[in-house]
Design a protein around this ligand. Structure first.
Ligand SMILES: [Zn+2]
Length: 488
């Protein structure tokens, strides 16, 4: 960063007036800070009891395996039974429905004219990768409370959210809270393997003509080392990238490898994969990512602000800085990842067909059709075929507002626990259950008010997943404030 800042100084001097004027007038685009909202106080709760409850929740092995036959389906029933006995007041206040093992709770509001809100947190977790068990400081399904944290698979993703939400619902019910807006709690059972449960829940809500004010699910966090700013900021997901996989197939005559022909399928396939990978989708400061950079740069001040205010001249500097980290680079474009290659099944056999799978995560401004077109153009002249796999594409979600009432309620409720923190819109590069809620919700947000560095986020789906008691406490307090403020 330092080097380009120096270079930037020279450029700024050279272009003097225009750059200075643009910097002085620079204000981040349409992003509200939540200061217009009067936030309800947090309801009282016990963090020690909450930590013990999260510990228990982790011990139910609601593991979504790629092969569903390996799932221990009884574990979901046990988790749900345990939730009902652990949170009796919340369960008395709400109506519970089961769609398979996906939970939909309704806490009916007193004002039928008020738009409802939807809060989401999934029950399932990813498996612990075979061979990595020994790398865990504490057993991944023991729910150990140690070193000021709860340890285990799901403590963040997403039982941390689920338990924080129910702690909040229980605390509010105990206070005698009665919502004006209806509150829906949707807890998918299979988020980690496609989210069919959340899709069914969305259909149920659509059949009931629900049009929620907002939906809140997992996604962004309080990133302590944000790009550009380098300091903490609340990164609130306003959109989710899409997903598509292309299959590249190279036909070939096959035969014995002792007499190879001129045309070999694996060679043509390799050329095609290299050509597609070389033709990367350009990195751009657009849409939610452009807005995120504006917010962070305005806060950072100095040359970073100069660069953001003068993207026409210096935007490339921001892009090249962000491109250095795969995490931030992924936000700037549709990513291209050749993941699987297949040739012949034996070392002395020429392949009769060779194929590769290339996985893309689609930026909000792209589509699967454009991706296919671009890949086909990249391999024109090579004897290969390119097609979208049978699984089909998932297009990127729409971009939710950064000024809506829903956005402001979330920002204000989170800021009440983290004075002075700014909120930036954020692009979620993975997938969440909340994408299903687009038809039943004006806006969809993805955020947990827990503080994590970019390096710490690697424990999610990785090794030594844990949540500090400070983060758990902040999240419970946040949910009590958000529910009481939004629905009270
Ligand atoms: Zn998750």
């Amino acid at each position: 960063m330092k080097k380009w800042v120096l270079g930037l100084g020279v450029a700024v001097l050279a272009l003097g007036g225009t750059v200075t004027a643009r910097t002085m007038m620079f204000a981040p685009g349409e992003v509200a800070d939540g200061s217009a909202i009067k936030v309800a106080p947090a309801a009282p709760f016990s963090i020690d009891a909450a930590a013990r409850n999260l510990s228990q929740a982790v011990q139910f092995k609601t593991v979504s395996n790629q092969d569903a036959a390996q799932n221990q389906t009884a574990e979901w029933d046990k988790l749900q039974g345990w939730m009902a006995t652990t949170y009796p007041k919340a369960h008395a206040a709400m109506q519970k429905e089961l769609l398979g093992q996906t939970l939909v709770y309704t806490w009916a509001g007193s004002d039928p004219a008020a738009q409802p809100i939807i809060l989401m947190a999934h029950q399932d977790v990813v498996p612990v990768t075979a061979g990595t068990e020994k790398d865990w400081k504490y057993q991944p399904f023991a729910g150990t409370i140690a070193e000021g944290a709860v340890w285990g698979r799901g403590t963040i993703d997403d039982k941390g959210s689920l338990i924080a939400m129910f702690e909040a619902l229980e605390a509010l019910s105990a206070q005698g809270f009665k919502p004006k807006r209806t509150i829906y709690i949707v807890s998918g059972h299979d988020e980690e393997v496609g989210g069919t449960g959340a899709a069914a829940a969305a259909k149920l809500l659509a059949d009931r003509k629900v049009k929620a004010l907002f939906t809140l699910d997992e996604g962004g966090v309080i990133t302590t080392d944000t790009p550009v700013l380098g300091k903490p900021a609340m990164m609130i997901g306003v959109a989710e990238k899409g997903y598509v996989t292309l299959r590249v197939t190279a036909p070939a005559p096959g035969g014995h490898s002792s007499m190879p022909p001129a045309e070999i399928g694996t060679v043509n396939l390799s050329k095609a994969v290299v050509a597609i990978h070389a033709d990367q989708h350009p990195m751009e400061l657009r849409g939610p990512v452009g807005a995120m950079i504006d917010v962070l740069a305005a806060q950072a001040g100095g040359m970073t602000k100069v660069a953001a205010a003068n993207k026409w001249l210096l935007g490339g500097q921001i892009v090249s800085t962000m491109a250095k980290s795969p995490t931030s680079a992924a936000m700037l474009h549709t990513t291209t990842a050749p993941t699987m290659l297949e040739g012949s099944p034996k070392e002395n056999v020429l392949p009769q067909s060779a194929n590769a799978l290339i996985n893309y995560r689609i930026a909000p401004w792209d589509s699967s059709a454009e991706i296919l077109k671009r890949a086909k153009a990249a391999v024109s002249g090579l004897p290969v075929e390119v097609a979208i796999t049978e699984r089909g594409a998932r297009e990127p979600t729409p971009v939710s507002s950064s000024t809506s009432l829903g956005w402001q309620l979330i920002v204000a409720s989170a800021r009440a626990g983290h004075q002075g923190l700014i909120a930036a819109p954020y692009l979620v590069v993975g997938g969440t259950d909340s994408r299903n809620m687009t038809p039943v919700s004006d806006d969809v947000y993805r955020f947990m008010p827990i503080s994590l560095s970019t390096a710490e986020t690697k424990m999610i789906h990785g090794t030594n997943e844990h949540i500090t008691l400070g983060n758990l406490e902040a999240m419970i307090a946040f949910y009590t404030r958000l529910i009481a403020t939004a629905a009270g």
